[in-house]
Design a protein around this ligand. Structure first.
Ligand SMILES: [Fe+2]
Length: 638
């Protein structure tokens, strides 16, 4: 018996080692199987030495993706699944699935075999010059996702990669990626596109596709709200454009969150972007639920009611807040090409990337990690009252200390720029036109955590850390501001003197502005004019356009280009060039005249707004004057 047991355990260890090539089996809690996945149980159920699921039953359903580039490695992602669904009310099943499920047992044939894939990384698109390769398994335990780290790569080099089902010719699309430079190397200009807030029912993700079609950047940053948690109609009506989110209900279970990622990732422009560039993503609130913080969210908190009124029919959520949060976190790690830099810290996505001596990209989690209570709509007065409490933190002390150390280390190693990814707008936002004079600020953003913001400013000024660029999402509006410590340091809005950097906040891939989906340009301009007039550091603001921005970072300066998407209700390759900005090294403010003195939308503090309809066709590269009002050309892009 003892010998048999030994052989069995040896077998389990050997099989587990093969499974661990797929990082999603180790995530989000590698050494705590009860919080993550027990590889021993997976290995006992699935026996790859017996057989695999046949290739003709499998599909690479969501293309390929890459992310989190280091100088010698990058994360590669795909999904290889049978066609199946485990919702018995809508069972769509063909072939064999490897997880026994009572709901679908009458429709499907159970298999104990995993899906097996090989991956190859090559220097050429035809995949002939292969530099590294390997094998990985996946099962329904991790939603048939595959995430591997391709290692031993050359720095700042473009690679191509492809997956295939083991022992078959069934192949994924070929993806393209790029490693980061070595941190001590001088590098040429580096460009990144910055996105946030891709709401599926509100419209097509044309913004993702435009950057892929232009092939204009090295890396993609997504600052969160990649998915939203709502049912169709609760926030966005997608039925008229064929974009009802799946599953069509508020998402709470692990199945729900996985399915919502699958729904968003089926967007053809999302597939194009993930397949062409390495992504560096972080989550915001809606990857879990609206206005989330450490212990709750707007709709659900860690209160007794959260546990006792748990039936959805009784007005509950059917799941506790903590469980719901972990469901969302696990699905996020499964679906996003993101590194888990600390395998036993299952909430940690804050991390940094060195891009030669040019810059450090510091990605924060200002939402979920250890954030003090936020504005939950019924407590706005209270949050206003405590918004300057020194004990409050957006990040938690561990992340805050890491952040300040990162800033210091970045300066000490001589990096020319610090790019800081924050879900939330950092600068003060006086929004009293909309919110009223009692609570003039956005207390769900940094305005509700003023001590945390003051500590950040204090660290930057005390240690003379300059050339900081903050990038923000979340607000569904575009804000371009000098980075200034209002009320503490002198600041001249005309020259920018007194600043310590610049903030670029982007609007949204498709989520509407706070004034609604169908505002007119006049209404948008009026709102922006009021905001620019009532926020000293705010130099340009746009309310009307959905879109994104690109940054090109060089040693001498940073160029920012904002683009607007003329419509979301159809796929279109068109975009409007909204405004361009320059930040010269050591200026620590926007170059004057801001925006070159003229922009195409929104409101500029000093300068001219010349509303135009000159659009760039990102398929042909041709510029033309387009009648944005009629917008009847109906062009689709393959
Ligand atoms: Fe959002």
């Amino acid at each position: 018996m003892k010998l048999q047991l030994f052989i069995f355990l040896t077998y389990i260890v050997a099989v587990s080692a093969k499974y661990t090539a797929n990082l999603n089996y180790r995530s989000p809690s590698e050494h705590h199987p009860f919080l993550g996945i027990s590889l021993y149980k997976v290995a006992r159920r699935n026996n790859p030495s017996v057989r695999y699921i046949d290739a003709d039953q499998l599909n690479f359903t969501h293309g390929v993706a890459s992310g989190d580039p280091y100088a010698d490695s990058v994360i590669l992602w795909t999904r290889c699944s049978p066609t199946y669904d485990n919702d018995k009310s809508n069972a769509t099943v063909s072939g064999t699935v490897p997880l026994f499920n009572h709901d679908t047992q009458e429709y499907i044939q159970m298999s104990t075999a995993p899906v097996c894939v090989n991956y190859n990384v090559a220097t050429d698109e035809t995949m002939e010059d292969v530099v590294t390769s390997g094998t990985a398994y996946t099962t329904s335990d991790i939603d048939y996702t595959i995430k591997i780290e391709a290692t031993g790569l050359e720095p700042f080099t473009r690679y191509y990669y492809q997956f295939n089902v083991c022992n078959s010719e069934k192949r994924s699309p070929v993806g393209r990626t790029k490693t980061a430079p070595v941190s001590k190397d001088e590098v040429p200009d580096v460009s990144i596109a910055v996105f946030s807030c891709s709401n599926y029912p509100f419209g097509f993700f044309n913004a993702f596709g435009n950057v892929a079609r232009k092939d204009s950047v090295d890396y993609i940053l997504h600052l969160g709200d990649f998915i939203y948690e709502y049912a169709e109609g609760a926030y966005g009506h997608g039925w008229s454009i064929g974009r009802i989110p799946e599953p069509n209900k508020e998402i709470r279970s692990l199945y729900d969150y996985r399915k919502r990622h699958a729904s968003n990732r089926a967007d053809l422009d999302a597939i194009a972007s993930f397949g062409k560039f390495p992504w560096i993503p972080v989550w915001d609130d809606h990857e879990i639920a609206d206005n989330i913080y450490r212990d709750g969210m707007a709709a659900q908190n860690n209160t007794e009611a959260s546990f006792t009124q748990d039936d959805i029919e009784n007005g509950g959520n059917g799941v506790s807040f903590d469980q719901r949060k972990m469901n969302a976190v696990r699905a996020y790690f499964e679906w996003m090409p993101i590194r888990q830099v600390e395998m036993d810290d299952n909430l940690r996505i804050w991390r940094s990337f060195s891009i030669g001596t040019l810059m450090d990209i510091i990605m924060l989690d200002t939402r979920n990690y250890d954030r003090s209570i936020t504005d939950l709509y019924w407590n706005t007065d209270y949050i206003h009252e405590i918004s300057n409490d020194a004990g409050r933190s957006l990040m938690g002390s561990r992340q805050e200390n890491w952040f300040y150390n990162q800033l210091t280390q970045s300066k000490n190693r001589g990096a020319a720029w610090r790019l800081i990814g924050s879900q939330l707008v950092f600068s003060r936002e006086n929004e009293s036109l909309a919110s009223g004079p009692e609570n003039p600020f956005d207390y769900d953003a940094w305005d509700g955590y003023q001590a945390n913001r003051n500590r950040t400013f204090q660290h930057l000024y005390n240690h003379k850390i300059s050339n900081n660029i903050i990038m923000a999402g979340d607000s569904h509006l575009s804000w371009v501001s000098d980075l200034v410590w209002l009320d503490e340091r002198p600041y001249d809005p005309t020259t920018g003197a007194g600043g310590i950097g610049v903030e670029f906040a982007g609007s949204a891939v498709s989520s509407p502005c706070p004034l609604g989906q169908n505002i007119t340009m006049d209404t948008g301009i009026k709102a922006s004019e009021w905001l620019v007039a009532n926020n000293r550091e705010l130099q340009w603001h746009d309310t009307y356009y959905r879109g994104y921005y690109e940054l090109t970072v060089g040693y001498a300066g940073v160029e920012a280009r904002y683009f607007g998407i003329p419509t979301l209700v159809q796929r279109t390759p068109l975009e409007v060039s909204l405004a361009n900005f320059t930040v010269e090294r050591d200026a620590n403010a926007l170059k004057r005249p801001v925006g070159g003195g003229v922009v195409a939308s929104g409101a500029l503090k000093e300068g001219k707004v010349a509303v135009g309809n000159v659009t760039n066709d990102t398929v042909t590269g041709a510029w033309s004057v387009h009648n944005l009002a009629s917008f009847g050309y109906g062009q689709l892009v393959d």
